[in-house]
Write a new protein. Structure first.
Length: 683
């Protein structure tokens, strides 16, 4: 009976899913999003730094590698991971093409390395000689896994370990560094452990990490007051946007606008015959999401607009709003895609507290949901074929997560260069979910973060928290829907402060112009964030040459961003202490460069007066490694905004900022250098 039970137990072990001889454990792999359910994000040319806990029972040596490959390939590449201590390992690999990569971690007990570590501790002659014989066998096994010159070298090593009888000479042979450098390339991985999950990286174009967006309404581009602008009228506006230094020109919806329930000026429920309606009320007699509003021009005009933008190094972003005006063709041809009430009407859209009487939402719980999904994706395909590679998606949080995950993955499988920006000012977990499932960038709460504590807490979360691996913030101080109280009452200094913050705290930012640079600040009514005479509901004529415009400051900021890679990253953001809460101080550095003068990355330090009404002074406390640790050595703080230069020493320095004349400093820090001729200068 005992023998039968033992045999049965052995049979059960033999058929166990995990070989009992596999002894290594892999845990706490980072970065990893929800046990591998979602990919992390990088752009072409970046690296992925991977860490993992890898350990075994006892005291044997463990080795650990990253396995990585493009999703289109089947063969893994490997990178050795470096031990950090306490069974933690670290390594990295580069992503050099668009699309998806896979990565995971493998680890094993390395008998040869264990032997070498123990051999180095041997003292007694008998122990050394015995260890030499054990090492000879391990060296022979290693040689059998090698080829060519390496195999011959290792076989020779095995012979010398076996034959040498002098303990001192044997120890020298065993610990030979040149031989060891060859031996470690041929480990015995028979009982290696591979991490349970294959993780993914989505690799986007660089524009997904660093971009400056400018939004304008083409219908307001006419040079004739009161006349509806056309796409051909926009050439001058493209020149203007290019001069400001933006990367992306973003257009609100350009489709036909519905007549039924059309909104009037200032969101009135009744419209006059001259009211153009909201561009987000999409669809009418002239077509739907694949048509151009007749007053803007034709599809050929749109193609010309895209070409003209590219000639100015501008990328066109198109608004995607998956909703329909009551007279959209879909309402008649596909009534099954809408939810009808008992009285036969369709419930209009709501995004509390806002109501959109001129918009019908799609019913994603329709029995014909598959057809609806396919049609909506075909809209994306249509505009991609017309040259659009950047989409700003309106209210994605009011559509199912599953739809976006499917649609974005489908698009990026064929067009990995396409970028999606999620306009979702909603609950944090919803915003994070949208980012996880595929959106390349996300709007943020930046517009409502005004105090020092609010900004430090929020941006520390964005750049240091777990969401940094998948949530790319895009900061907007204003939008057609958002005119904050800070901008309403802060005057010109408030606009400059918010512009500096948006452009330097975040690698990607945008403004709704010309409302921003012309400092349009009058709300529709007290307590409202809606603009008076909002461009969403009527034509506006903007005097781009108006005295006092912020255009020159904006152009300078964008030039600074382009010339200084430190501002093109989010992950290096570091806040520094100030003794005045009205002063905010932070720095950024370029993680891909090394400044030989400072002994670290080239640094940009920003100091901002958050109070738009009063001058503020105080001391800032910097901690920037080699640059600030020696209080006797001066370094130059060159303000890239004003051109002023200051000589600073050590970590603690004084600043004074008047919101009227100098609301902010953007310093490039430069180390003082002494030459052989005892001549001082700054680099």
């Amino acid at each position: 009976m005992t023998a039968r039970l033992a045999t049965a137990g052995r049979h059960e072990l033999r058929n166990h899913a995990r070989d009992g001889r596999i002894r290594t454990v892999i845990e706490s792999v980072t970065p990893e999003i929800d046990s591998g359910a979602f990919p992390i994000k990088r752009v072409v040319g970046e690296t992925v730094e991977v860490q993992a806990d890898a350990f075994t029972d006892g005291h044997d040596a463990v080795r650990c590698v990253i396995l990585h490959r493009p999703d289109t390939e089947t063969r893994w590449s490997e990178k050795e991971m470096t031990p950090l201590g306490n069974d933690r390992f670290q390594g990295e690999f580069a992503v050099d093409r668009l699309g998806r990569y896979r990565y995971t971690v493998a680890a094993w007990v390395d008998r040869l390395q264990t032997w070498r570590q123990e051999f180095a501790r041997r003292i007694e002659a008998s122990d050394i000689l015995l260890a030499g014989r054990i090492g000879a066998e391990l060296a022979r096994e290693t040689a059998d896994r090698a080829q060519g010159v390496d195999a011959a070298l290792l076989h020779g090593w095995a012979s010398r370990l076996l034959q040498e009888r002098d303990p001192a000479s044997l120890k020298k042979i065993a610990l030979d560094e040149e031989v060891w450098a060859v031996a470690i390339r041929y480990p015995d991985r028979t009982f290696a452990t591979q991490y349970a999950h294959e993780l993914e990286v989505v690799v986007d174009p660089p524009l997904a990490r660093f971009s400056a967006w400018y939004e304008f309404f083409p219908r307001s581009c006419s040079s004739v007051i009161g006349t509806h602008g056309t796409l051909r009228d926009c050439d001058a506006r493209l020149d203007y946007v290019a001069q400001l230094g933006f990367d992306i020109v973003y257009l609100p919806p350009i489709h036909p606008i519905g007549q039924t329930n059309r909104k009037g000026a200032n969101n009135r429920l009744t419209a006059s015959a001259k009211d153009p309606g909201s561009p987000w009320a999409i669809g009418g007699a002239a077509g739907g999401h694949k048509a151009i509003h007749p007053e803007l021009g034709t599809l050929e005009d749109f193609r010309r607009f895209v070409t003209q933008a590219r000639a100015r190094d501008l990328t066109v972003a198109l608004d995607i709003a998956f909703q329909a005006a009551p007279d959209h063709p879909y309402v008649e041809t596909h009534p099954e895609w809408f939810r009808f009430r008992p009285d036969g009407t369709v419930q209009f859209a709501e995004n509390p507290p806002k109501k959109y009487q001129d918009i019908y939402p799609f019913n994603f719980e329709s029995e014909e949901w598959i057809g609806l999904w396919e049609e909506l994706k075909s809209i994306l395909d249509f505009w991609i074929a017309e040259g659009i590679e950047v989409f700003r998606v309106d209210n994605p949080h009011t559509k199912p997560f599953a739809f976006w995950e499917w649609a974005i993955n489908q698009v990026k499988r064929s067009h990995p260069q396409v970028i999606f920006l999620a306009e979702a000012f909603t609950r944090p977990k919803v915003m994070q979910r949208l980012a996880k499932l595929g959106f390349s960038q996300s709007y943020t709460y930046f517009a409502w973060r005004n105090t020092k504590r609010e900004i430090v807490d929020y941006f520390s979360e964005l750049t240091r928290g777990p969401s940094r691996e998948y949530f790319r913030p895009n900061c907007w101080p204003n939008t057609p829907d958002i005119l904050t109280e800070y901008l309403q009452y802060g005057g010109r200094p408030a606009f400059v402060v918010r512009m500096v913050l948006a452009a330097t705290l975040s690698a990607s930012y945008g403004i709704y112009g010309p409302a921003f640079e012309l400092m349009d600040s009058e709300p529709r009514e007290p307590g409202s964030e809606e603009y008076l005479d909002s461009e969403k509901y009527q034509l506006r004529n903007w005097d781009l040459e108006r005295t006092g415009s912020l255009r020159h400051i904006i152009a300078r900021l964008n030039r600074i961003r382009r010339e200084h890679p430190a501002l093109q990253w989010d992950r290096t953001l570091q806040f520094h202490a100030t003794d005045n809460d009205a002063l905010l101080c932070y720095s950024k550095s370029d993680p891909q460069s090394h400044d030989e003068i400072t002994g670290g990355d080239d640094h940009i330090v920003v100091v901002v007066n958050l109070d738009p009404h009063h001058a503020q002074t105080g001391w800032v406390e910097l901690s920037l490694g080699n640059l600030t640790k020696d209080s006797t050595q001066p370094y130059q703080a060159h303000d890239l905004l004003s051109g002023a230069r200051f000589l600073w020493r050590g970590t603690r320095n004084f600043v004074a900022l008047d919101p009227v004349t100098t609301p902010a400093h953007i310093f490039r820090l430069r180390q003082r250098v002494r030459t052989e001729r005892d001549f001082d200068y700054f680099l």
